[in-house]
Write a protein that binds this ligand. Structure first.
Ligand code: FAD
Length: 444
């Protein structure tokens, strides 16, 4: 028998928390969304430079830089039943960003529209941070929240279950460089990077090869004297001027930093450097959870989780939406949310604990088969994300991910490799855009 409406705490009102709230309410539950910011949007709420701090310690602001445009086309990015279409021409001119790969403000506009369209803002307690989640003897959860502001009052309430949607792009991971402590230059994490102006005529090392490293190195190269990208997967002898640039080089990883201001690469070359920019990713962080959550986070692997969502011992009363990476985020969040909502109401069954544990072991085997370190456990690169999405969809009685979306995602990856500088403005998949727009008609 499906259970009656449950009182649920959702942590976070970014894309994951918003769609989780919608799906939980659709299922008949009563979600309360806690959000420490003053508005919805999470990552897509740009924080101006004055809020940024160098290495990002204890910084809760978003990690967006001013020039950021999406790295996925808008048709692919949007929720499954709420197309991310270009704004209408009747919108105020200043607000129009109809590009296929829009700037970050346009994604925020889309999420705000989503929240309005499904009446989600009334469910959100803004400027309220969850500081503790404790399992009661009854199996319910005591959620302690703090109202941000002068008084910082604490409040404790009891919920039937907790859905964690706190994002994983705010707690910086910093590269360990021998000698960095006494090196006299400035270190910064991409979490705190906003605009290139502070780097005029500087020599900058950008560590990393992720999407942020690619964008930020190009951003900085427009004003800096020299940009040196340190990519740990490049062979030790690498020192290549980048095509189209006369001031940007690709190297292997740094070997050490010295007190005289120089940084030495693995090939022995030495450069006097003003700034080291760590584009080295982020860490999962759940400071409000205790041991009774039954999960551990070790080498950036959240463990043990059934299907990257439910801690086996306390399923389904604690769940995580949005942990996987190298994915199309919004559709995956939506399917995870539908699944969690259906499982919580008893409409969808989970397997036994031992069967769930067998499934977790299969995840480890996949990781080992790729020769990946533990921190790649939630990496969904390749076709795995679509297998996973379609598995979730089947559980929920939802159609699988549209073929055009899968094909467009692959076409975008190919285009990005072929045109790294301008894949956001030139492409060859207009036929897929036409299919997407045809498909969107049923939702518009
Ligand atoms: P978030 O957006 O981080 O939201 C989490 C929310 O939880 C935040 O609002 C936070 O304030 C709140 N919160 C956290 N802890 C607490 C607490 N204790 N109490 C109360 N509230 C709390 N995705 C794409 O699809 N396309 C892109 O082009 C793209 N580009 C990106 C570029 C950058 C630089 C980054 C960092 C990410 C990018 N992403 C992109 C991924 C992006 O993170 C996801 O699209 C999505 O926004 C993640 O949503 P989320 O809800 O999981 O997390």
């Amino acid at each position: 028998m499906p259970s009656p409406s449950l009182r649920l705490a959702v942590v976070g009102a970014g894309a994951a928390g918003l769609v989780a709230a919608r799906e939980l309410r659709r299922e008949g539950h009563a979600p309360v969304v806690f959000e420490r910011a003053a508005a919805v949007g999470g990552t897509w709420l740009y924080a101006s430079p004055s809020h940024a701090d160098p290495l990002g310690a204890a910084a809760t602001h978003s990690s967006l830089y001013a020039s950021l445009r999406t790295n996925l086309p808008r048709e692919v990015m949007g929720f499954l039943d709420f197309p991310f279409t270009a704004p209408k021409l009747s919108s105020p001119a200043a607000a129009i960003d109809a590009r296929r790969f829009p700037g970050h403000r346009e994604v925020l506009r889309y999420l705000e529209d989503f929240a309005r369209r499904f009446d989600l803002c009334d469910l959100v307690r803004f400027e309220t941070e969850v500081v503790g989640v404790r399992r009661e003897a009854s199996g319910r959860w005591a959620v302690t929240s703090k109202k941000l502001g002068e008084k910082g009052e604490l409040d404790e309430e009891i919920y039937d279950a907790v859905v964690v949607c706190n994002g994983h792009y705010t707690e910086p991971r910093v590269a360990s460089i021998p000698g960095a402590d006494t090196w006299p230059g400035k270190q910064l994490h991409s979490h705190s990077y906003r605009v290139p102006e502070p780097f005029v005529d500087q020599v900058v090392i950008v560590i990393g090869a992720s999407a942020s490293a690619v964008d930020i190195s190009r951003d900085i190269a427009s004003v800096a004297k020299e940009v040196h990208i340190a990519d740990r997967s490049a062979p030790a002898s690498t020192c290549e001027l980048q095509p189209g640039y006369n001031n940007m080089w690709l190297h292997s990883m740094t070997d050490r930093a010295q007190e005289d201001g120089c940084v030495v690469f693995r090939d022995g070359s030495t450069i006097k450097v003003d700034v080291i920019m760590h584009c080295t990713g982020y860490l999962y962080d759940f400071p409000f959870l205790g041991d009774d959550s039954t999960i551990t986070v070790e080498d950036n692997c959240v463990d043990p989780l059934y299907k990257h969502v439910f801690p086996i011992e306390v399923a389904p009363d604690l769940s995580f939406i949005g942990l996987p990476w190298k994915i199309i985020p919004f559709p995956l969040f939506e399917l995870q949310s539908k699944w969690v909502a259906g499982v919580l109401s008893g409409r969808i069954n989970l397997p036994s604990k031992s069967e769930m544990m067998e499934d977790v072991k299969a995840i480890y085997l996949r990781r080992e088969a790729h020769g990946w370190p533990k921190r790649y456990t939630h990496n969904f690169s390749g076709d795995y994300q679509f297998e996973y999405d379609d598995w979730l969809a089947e559980q929920c009685g939802h159609p699988p991910i549209e073929e055009w979306r899968k094909m467009m995602y692959a076409a975008n990856a190919r285009n990005k490799a072929a045109r790294p500088e301008n894949y956001r403005d030139e492409w060859d998949d207009d036929h897929l855009v036409a299919q997407a727009n045809e498909d969107f008609r049923k939702h518009l």
